[in-house]
Design a protein around this ligand. Sequence first.
Ligand SMILES: Cc1cc2nc3c(=O)[nH]c(=O)nc-3n(C[C@H](O)[C@H](O)[C@H](O)COP(=O)(O)OP(=O)(O)OC[C@H]3O[C@@H](n4cnc5c(N)ncnc54)[C@H](O)[C@@H]3O)c2cc1C
Length: 384
Amino acid sequence: MDFDLTEEQVQLRDAARRLAQNEFRDKAARWDREEAFPEENKHRLAELGYLGLSVGKEYGGSGAGLVSTYLVIEELAKVDLLTAMIVHDQNVSPRIIANHGPEDLKRRLVPRFVGGELECSIAWTEPQAGSDGTAIRTAAVRDGDDYLINGSKIFTTFGDRADMHLVYVRFGPSSGAKGIGTIIVERGRPGLTVRKLEGKMGVRGAAENELFFDNVRVPATNVVTLGDPLNSRGFVRPLTIYNGTRVGMGVMALGVAEGAFDLAREYMKVREQFGQKLSEMQGLRWMMADALIEIEAARCLCYKALALIDAGKPDPQLCSIAKVFATEMAQRVTVQCQQMFGGYGYFGSLPLERMVRDVRMLTLTGGTTQTQKNVIAGHIFPGA
Ligand SMILES: Cc1cc2nc3c(=O)[nH]c(=O)nc-3n(C[C@H](O)[C@H](O)[C@H](O)COP(=O)(O)OP(=O)(O)OC[C@H]3O[C@@H](n4cnc5c(N)ncnc54)[C@H](O)[C@@H]3O)c2cc1C
């Protein structure tokens, strides 16, 4: 078992660290305050080739693998979860299309995602189909060379700005996973309405949206995975990509926790009370030791899960374990680190307040903690 990063991975990680610390860190509060998308950050990420790290070279990506991709994302998450999510998201729908879509769509779209020219949101969740992702009702009905789409989606991240949406739909009357597939719906198609959800707790520069489809016509050539009412293949095939996505949520949580930890450590070296530095107080030192134990455990789980995917031996149970542990760990660690700042940490003038809010979403999206525990338990008790 080899825990060493390659020379190339170390260079990639260090370059991402410099970028995050020198260019992104000090702007993070602004995107949150103004609920603005960091357009200039995205531009830099595209320029540096970070938007297609995990996409194969044949489609314009780097083919760098998930370990390398998430080493970059972890560094970005240390200072700004929103910017980390840009890289994460641009490595999800393009990978679904690149791995499971028809050749024409791959060639037409994926290189443009990698270059940052196009963005694609994922529109899966519906009001009645949250954790129960196979309860979707949005339907695609064949009409000549096209499909007509009717239904609605909720919580579509970046749905307001995405050039297109990867929409989970039912192809023909069916229930459960059977008949579900995915299709691309471009922004601006007649009958498609997008409405931003207001009042989001964290990562405020990434809008969540409702999408409404009223007889939206799209060509059949936009189908990524065709659903068949007789089987669940159109649904199951893209799911393989979500193994990495889940762990990716864990890595982003790890990054936020590390960012909070670094800030707390530095503050503890200078803040004095009772004639002592905080870093000299035994109770606080142990809190930091506990935080580091959790951070290192999360790192091992996440990167082991990613390395197995890169090696072509994905372990879905381990992916869920890594997601649950790392995202729950980050809830605890960011709050403990905020505690080191006393009353000052409660204010938005310090990043801790934002980090605590931001990291909350990672136990919800990409499969909630509870549904991931159901997956883990399903492996412990198969068939039960
Ligand atoms: C910030 C954010 C971004 C998101 N981005 C996207 C996106 O881009 N695209 C998209 O399609 N969706 C997105 N989602 C939706 C997300 O995937 C869902 O919110 C999630 O699947 C949970 O569904 P729900 O909110 O309907 O909660 P529910 O399914 O109603 O769950 C409510 C509670 O019950 C628990 N629960 C449910 N079923 C079980 C069970 N069987 N056993 C034990 N506990 C259970 C859940 O864990 C949760 O705590 C996003 C959500 C958020 C908050």
